[in-house]
Write a protein that binds this ligand. Structure first.
Ligand SMILES: Cc1cc2nc3c(=O)[nH]c(=O)nc-3n(C[C@H](O)[C@H](O)[C@H](O)COP(=O)(O)OP(=O)(O)OC[C@H]3O[C@@H](n4cnc5c(N)ncnc54)[C@H](O)[C@@H]3O)c2cc1C
Length: 428
């Protein structure tokens, strides 16, 4: 085992990658471990025409360190495509290109170790001890960045396999949906992208596509300016002052600010459906079924998909050859933290309560911290699972590690006065 690191990171998705990039510049002694053999950003959902829902300026480092060598702009310059990029005048960068940027950045950081799943983290003798596939390591602090787990509603998880799978596995195997009855469950961006891709015939031409959503319609992402204030450091700080109960209520009410469908995707979908139904005269090709909740899934080859209409209460049954679950993700404490779980303060969902610097509350020494990223939706708000504030969050973690403010992790008060934290003040 090597000498004690300042920080060991568990998982190398974009969020820990951002921390690795900032820590590297501050010469912190860090090492990050990932189970995958190389950096790869959600490869199972890398559809060629999918676009980012976030500006490319909200990259790994720019919002807090625009002179860092790992900016998206530097990636463009290094690949000699700055002027072409500008001329392309894209409303949003493709997910493929952003994924390639992340891979390029990962390739330049010496602190990353792939093919190293972290199996166990213990704390003894004043330090964390990390056991991973390539050996073990001691660290003064850890940062858990393991992402989220696919969510399987009703009893759908027990049918997971070649014909029933989560969206995150869509591109993991060759798919041939030609002549098949396909049911896509989930009315968010992933569901929309898969329905569109299927309608365009990329996996062969299905006999029928049924698209089920719990929401009352196929609803757009709210990207309007005042809503986008939710994705600002000032909003997170004001959100943190709310009570636990009010934070939960607020996050649930903000769903479309993060989980709606991009307007370009909605338009392309509507046009594709119009063409199929009215121009090509194939009225049965697509069934758009909002307002339905999956209540049961039965069968192997011929799936029986049962839904309940949320307004009328009516039960409907669909027969399907393929079921694709675009049903989102859940957070859970990774198994490797089991030895530490009893020492942490957990919320009712079994997740650690997080402080202002994304440190979990636990009974260990204050200078030994368990940072957690993408785990604080109810402590830091809806921006938590998004890329929008990743560099800002990384700056907070790095500042906390260094014990001083090397990165400016505040961004002015914002344009909205959300609420006054302390006693009422008169508005001048
Ligand atoms: C298809 C898709 C598109 C998205 N597009 C956008 C977007 O446009 N804009 C936006 O703001 N957000 C987007 N998001 C949301 C969010 O930005 C991403 O999910 C992002 O990848 C989250 O980063 P992460 O670092 O938390 O986790 P992940 O990217 O999930 O990475 C976690 C890593 O941890 C590793 N790991 C897990 N357990 C262990 C272990 N025990 N030991 C070692 N390694 C481990 C995994 O192998 C994985 O590489 C998207 C999400 C998805 C699914």
């Amino acid at each position: 085992m090597n000498a004690m690191l300042d920080l060991a990171g568990i998982g190398i998705g974009p969020f820990n990658l951002s921390i690795a990039a900032l820590a590297d510049r501050q010469r912190l002694d860090t090492r990050f471990y990932d189970a995958k053999p190389a950096f790869d950003w959600h490869p199972g959902m890398m559809l060629p025409e999918a676009s980012m829902q976030t500006s490319c300026l909200k990259d790994l480092v720019t919002p807090v360190d625009p002179t860092h060598p790992l900016t998206f702009l530097n990636y463009l310059v290094a690949h000699q495509r700055f002027y072409s990029f500008m001329n392309a005048d894209q409303a949003a960068v493709s997910r493929q290109e952003f994924g390639d940027y992340l891979r390029w950045a990962a390739g330049q950081l010496h602190s990353l170790r792939f093919g190293s799943r972290v199996r166990e983290v213990r704390f003894d003798n004043d330090r964390f001890r990390i056991r991973h596939d390539q050996g073990s390591q001691a660290a003064a602090n850890i940062c858990v960045g393991v992402g989220k787990q696919p969510f399987y509603p009703a009893n759908s998880g027990r049918h997971a396999g070649a014909r029933c799978f989560h969206a995150i596995d869509m591109q993991r195997a060759p798919r041939n949906l030609a002549g098949r009855r396909v049911t896509v469950i989930g009315g968010g961006q992933s569901g929309a992208e898969i329905v569109l891709h299927a309608l365009q015939g990329h996996w062969g031409s299905p006999a029928r596509i049924s698209w089920i959503s719990r929401r009352e319609n196929f609803l757009p992402l709210d990207e309007s300016p005042f809503t986008n204030e939710f994705f600002s450091p000032a909003y997170v700080d004001s959100f943190r002052q709310l009570s636990d109960c009010e934070r939960r209520r607020t996050v649930d009410s903000q769903k479309l600010a993060s989980d709606g469908i991009s307007i370009d995707t909605l338009r392309a979908l509507y046009q594709a459906i119009y063409r199929r139904v009215h121009v090509e005269g194939d009225a049965g090709a697509v069934a758009c079924l909002p307002g339905r909740e999956l209540t049961d899934l039965q069968g192997g080859g011929d799936f029986c998909v049962t839904t309940r209409h949320r307004q009328t209460g009516a039960t409907e049954v669909l027969h399907s050859d393929y079921v694709i679950l675009c049903t989102g993700f859940v957070s859970r404490l990774p198994d490797c933290l089991t030895p530490l779980a009893e020492r942490m303060t957990l919320d009712p969902a079994g997740l650690p309560k997080l402080g202002a610097h994304f440190e979990a509350r636990w009974d260990g020494p204050a200078e030994r911290r368990i940072f957690m990223v993408n785990a604080g939706r109810y402590s830091h708000g809806i921006a938590e699972p998004q890329l929008s504030l990743m560099a800002w969050r990384a700056a907070r973690v790095v500042n906390a590690l260094l014990g001083r403010r090397v990165y400016q992790a505040e961004d002015g008060p914002g344009l909205i006065d959300w609420h006054r934290a302390t006693a009422a003040r008169a508005v001048a």
